[in-house]
Design a protein around this ligand. Sequence first.
Ligand code: F6P
Length: 319
Amino acid sequence: MHTIGVLTSGGDAPGMNAAIRAVVRRAAALGVEVIGIARGYAGLVQGDFHRLNSGSVADIIHRGGTVLLTARSAEFRTKAGQAKAIDNLNREGIEGLIVIGGDGSLHGAVELAKMGLSVVGIPATIDNDIAGTDYTIGFDTAVGTAVEAINRIRDTATSHERNFIIEVMGRHSGQIALASGIAGGAEIILIPEYPVDYDLIVERLERGRKRGKLHSIVVVAEGVGSAFEIGREIARRTRLESRVTILGHIQRGGTPTAFDCLLASKLGARAVEVLLAGGSSRMVASVANKILDLDLEPLLKAKKGIDPELYRLAEVLAL
Ligand code: F6P
């Protein structure tokens, strides 16, 4: 292989730039040219290609977002869009592709692999909802941002003796809520993987107050439902004065943590090696602190799920 492409797609995640840098520099060290594709699959369909060299990725390792830009492309979901993408890649002489993104982006990678292209995926999403890897790029940073916010909110919650509902991201996954809720000492953590039990919530919040707790924090993943409705229901049942804070896209931006930069650097470099070794429809992954490459398609069919021990720990520690 002489030329490979790289794109970022779907929701951005802090550390994507570190992954792009690692791809470009590992490829350069192996004498392979890298073409950056702008705006993910949208740029692939439009042929929005840019030659990258080691200098083009200087000074980006610490930046949030993605210098390649990202998008969610409706056209690429059609067979015609995918055929156009393959034509563009062939015309440019791109022999293999590295896709940096989450679930939807990796599904796109599988589609291209089925059309004969060599593709390696790098799992990058703040949601950490990709099976086969312990961590996705961006999760650690997003959890850190959420915990910082929870700690700030706890100060004001205590002063006013209030209950706070804090909504974190995760439309289909409670990973951010569970990790940030435990690390932020939340009394209650609500995630889409488990049913909401208001009786239990009320009992636990009231028990805390009886013990002299001045505040309570409920961390809720966005996939559970409206944080405002949950807040109203808790206020109605407990008569605790409640406020709602939605952290939203704050969790997607900002300087990636050292953990995410390191993970992205390792995954980016390995993705190039796997592609050049002839791998296709593979995903690089971090498992028990080792970088592996795995067959991509079965991973997308599998559900990552919540670690039940971690969920139980959250309940024990919040008592
Ligand atoms: O998949 C990452 C994620 O941040 C989810 O947690 C969230 O539900 C979604 O993206 C938001 O997407 P958008 O950028 O379209 O608002």
